[in-house]
Design a protein around this ligand. Structure first.
Ligand SMILES: Nc1ncnc2c1ncn2[C@@H]1O[C@H](COP(=O)(O)OP(=O)(O)OP(=O)(O)O)[C@@H](O)[C@H]1O
Ligand SMILES: [Mg+2]
Length: 263
């Protein structure tokens, strides 16, 4: 597999009012081309900072962040980010918001916008205004806008966290469906272990202060996955146990499924 996203010995220190917050002092992480990686970790440990570093929105204090072997920069447009809130422009229609994502791409933008709205199930909503959308619809527009940029890497920062439970599950399935046509590298930050287990090829768990990768799990089940898959259930128990939730039942086979050494 070709490595796509690389964080090599990255340190990041934020300075504010004379105090320094070291978020990472030496973190390394790679994501292969086309791989879907989910990042889990406690609040404030630096998950969003990792996405911002990959997108070029933050500069590392030390170390390198690269996509496809080329270091990222502030002007990089190789990533698209979808945030927890849709961040749509209220004075633009749905299709005009999606077109914003496509503005740097050559070719027939109107066709691309129409095709994407169709993919996210909003073909009839192209002319609506953001205030006329439900939360789930608005987030589908945000996803379409991200995909319209045809990014090499799609960065998702808790994109479904503000949605109700059922809409969230539907959005996860929509993301997998849409991904069949957009097989780029994805890095998803989520607090929802089940979401990570349903969507990702690999889960990276961050911990400690400054943060480091404390565990990596490859998910040992092909997609589409049954949410009741017993192998995934065992992996969920192990991950919850790592976060101090519940007790892992004694098993004959004590190996955690999919466990890899932290990289
Ligand atoms: N621009 C900034 N200036 C100063 N400190 C910052 C800045 N951005 C982030 N931080 C600090 O860096 C740490 C990591 O923040 P980050 O947003 O990456 O955490 P997170 O893991 O995404 O948290 P959450 O799960 O709550 O979203 C926090 O202590 C935060 O206060
Ligand atoms: Mg965050």
């Amino acid at each position: 597999m070709t490595q796509d996203v690389t964080l090599a010995q990255v340190a990041k220190v934020f300075r504010r009012n004379g105090t320094s917050t070291p978020v990472f002092d030496d973190i390394s992480l790679t994501v292969d081309r086309g791989e879907f990686v989910a990042i889990l970790g406690p609040s404030g440990c630096g998950k969003s900072t990792i996405l911002r570093l990959i997108a070029g929105l933050e500069q590392p204090t030390a170390g390198q962040v690269a996509i496809g072997g080329r270091e990222v920069s502030v002007t990089d447009d190789r990533c698209a980010v979808v945030f927890q809130e849709p961040r749509l422009l209220p004075w633009r229609t749905v299709s005009a918001n999606v077109a914003l994502g496509a503005r740097r791409r050559k070719g027939d933008q109107r066709h691309r916008v129409r095709a994407l709205l169709d993919e996210v199930g909003l073909a009839d909503t192209a002319k609506a205004w953001p205030h006329q959308l439900s939360g789930g619809m608005a987030q589908r527009v945000a996803l379409a806008r991200g995909l319209a940029a045809e990014p090499d890497v799609l960065l998702l920062d808790e994109p479904f966290a503000a949605l109700d439970a059922l809409t969230r599950l539907k959005m996860q399935d929509l993301l997998l469906q849409v991904r069949e046509h957009h097989p780029q590298t994805v890095v998803l930050v989520t607090h929802d272990i089940d979401e990570a287990l349903h969507l990702a090829d690999r889960i990276v768990i961050l911990g400690d202060t400054p943060a480091r990768v404390v565990a990596t799990h490859r998910i040992p089940a092909p997609r589409p996955r049954e949410r009741s898959n017993p192998t995934i259930g065992r992996l969920r128990d192990d991950i919850l146990h790592r976060f101090g939730v519940g007790v892992t039942p004694e098993r004959e086979d004590t190996d955690c499924p999919g466990a890899l050494a932290a990289d």
